[in-house]
Design a protein around this ligand. Structure first.
Ligand code: ADP
Ligand code: MG
Length: 435
């Protein structure tokens, strides 16, 4: 089944049988002429054509996006009457393949000590594409504004009429697979190598995927070779991304690597105030401060809370007071953590430290296993309601005193070792926001 047929099958599930049989069934997809951003279907007659055009094109396009991650414009033509010239034009226009969020701008980005280096780097790149730092590599924890910053530069470039591609590794990979399958690799290469600016988000997902790393390497070289700007983000420094080819790693470090740290209190306050302004939510100073203190670092959580506060106060016709905020936040924090289990936490820790979950729970005494086990125990204690005897049983330890000893050790480390503290915060952040 080709992608067009797959999409029609998906559509079939959403509409009535009569509609399907009368109209959609008569459509046929053209895999040869379609591209990653243009899908061409043929209808047998004008009646069917007009009906489908008016009722289903948006839906079909939406299904393509859900399935492939690409914005696809859908063209329905009469069988045998397709104007080839027009399609060519359309394809050329549509190479501006962009899912940039227009509110991700520099103006909307609040700068503080934690992110000023990354901000300055992206800002200067946006003023001198391809000349200053190429590639620019931004890394940091979840919800700290990497995508926002990268897209802020993207928006600047796009407003200058540049051809900007913003994509995640996952979409890039899907696109790649589809072109391989359809034997249209030249189109894939043309698309990515012809753009002026390439923004790739969450590059850590290239990890251990050799085929796509190879392809990405060539895309990278082609763009870099002609001075096209590349901006990448990841959750860690290129050196720390396991399963990444050496040549990619060294290229990623070749331009500028900038990190984003969790925001300090003042930055969090500024961000909350900005989001309130954008979303037209009114909060007094006390409430803003309260939210800023309770939310550790993930800015995305702040947005969730604001929209919840706003929605509740509208629905219940009440003003947003501090008590009301406390209640909403309590729910939110519990909700975030309710799905966390000992297994999910152990798996996350194992993944982050590159060992097997079963090893964490084993009796192994090597230094890195003990280290990982201690962290896992600490996080399980912090993020779930399990008792110490339950934890002892899960981690195969003698009894609860072993657990309490571990917790004491970790707390000491957190107090005395700033790097370790940051590491624990990052992990907590990552685990809480993945649930
Ligand atoms: P990341 O890509 O690092 O996971 P995002 O860029 O998606 O994080 O940011 C999550 C949300 O937080 C976005 O809505 C973004 O606008 C907001 N955000 C993060 N940092 C800031 C900041 N410094 N100022 C304003 N908004 C921010
Ligand atoms: Mg992101």
């Amino acid at each position: 089944m080709n992608i067009g047929q797959e999409i029609l099958q998906l559509l079939k599930e959403e509409i009535t049988e009569v509609e399907y049989n009368r109209y959609i069934k008569q459509l046929s997809y053209d895999p040869k002429k379609s591209t990653s951003d243009l899908a061409i279907f043929y209808a047998p007659n004008a009646l069917v054509l007009n009906w489908i055009k008016s009722k289903y094109t948006e839906k079909i396009s939406h299904l393509f996006e859900v399935k492939t991650g690409d914005r696809v414009s859908v063209k329905i033509a009469l069988k045998n009457q397709l104007d080839k010239r027009k399609i060519k034009q359309k394809t050329e226009q549509k190479t501006i393949h962009s899912l940039l969020n227009p509110s991700h701008t520099f103006d909307n980005f609040m700068v503080g000590g934690s992110n000023q280096f990354a901000y300055a780097a992206v800002k200067s790149v946006s003023e001198k594409a391809g000349i200053l730092y190429n590639p620019l590599f931004i890394y940091g924890g979840v919800g700290l504004g990497k995508t926002h910053l990268m897209q802020a530069a993207g928006n600047v470039f796009q407003n200058q009429g540049k051809n900007v591609i913003y994509t995640t590794v996952e979409q890039f990979l899907n696109d790649f697979i589809r072109h391989v399958r359809n034997k249209t690799m030249e189109r894939f290469q043309e698309k990515y190598r012809k753009c002026d600016v390439l923004l790739i988000d969450d590059i850590q997902f290239l990890s251990n995927k050799e085929g796509i790393q190879e392809e990405f390497f060539h895309t990278f070289e082609a763009l870099k070779g002609v001075g096209k700007q590349i901006i990448l983000t990841a959750d860690k420094h290129p050196k720390k991304i396991a399963g990444l080819e050496k040549r990619l790693q060294s290229r990623f470090e070749h331009g500028l690597v900038a990190d984003i740290q969790p925001p300090e209190l003042e930055t969090k306050i500024a961000i909350i105030e900005k989001k309130c302004e954008i979303n037209k939510v009114k909060l007094n100073k006390e409430i803003v401060n309260y939210i800023a203190t309770v939310i550790e670092s993930n800015v995305r959580e702040i947005e969730g809370i604001l929209s919840k506060l706003h929605a509740y106060s509208q629905l219940m016709h009440v003003e947003i007071t501090i008590e009301f905020t406390k209640n909403v936040l309590k729910d939110q924090l519990q909700e975030n953590r309710a799905n966390l289990t000992l297994d999910t936490i152990t798996q996350s820790v194992a993944k982050d430290l590159n060992i097997k979950p079963s090893e964490i729970r084993s009796k192994g005494r090597s230094k890195n296993l003990v280290y990982a086990r201690r962290i896992a125990i600490y996080l399980c204690r912090e993020l779930t309601q399990n008792t110490m005897p339950q934890l002892a049983q899960y981690f195969g330890m003698k009894d609860h005193t072993a657990i309490s000893h571990t917790l004491k050790k970790i707390n000491e480390l957190i107090q005395n070792d700033e790097d370790f503290k940051v590491k624990i915060e990052e992990l907590t952040n990552k685990i809480s926001s993945s649930s």
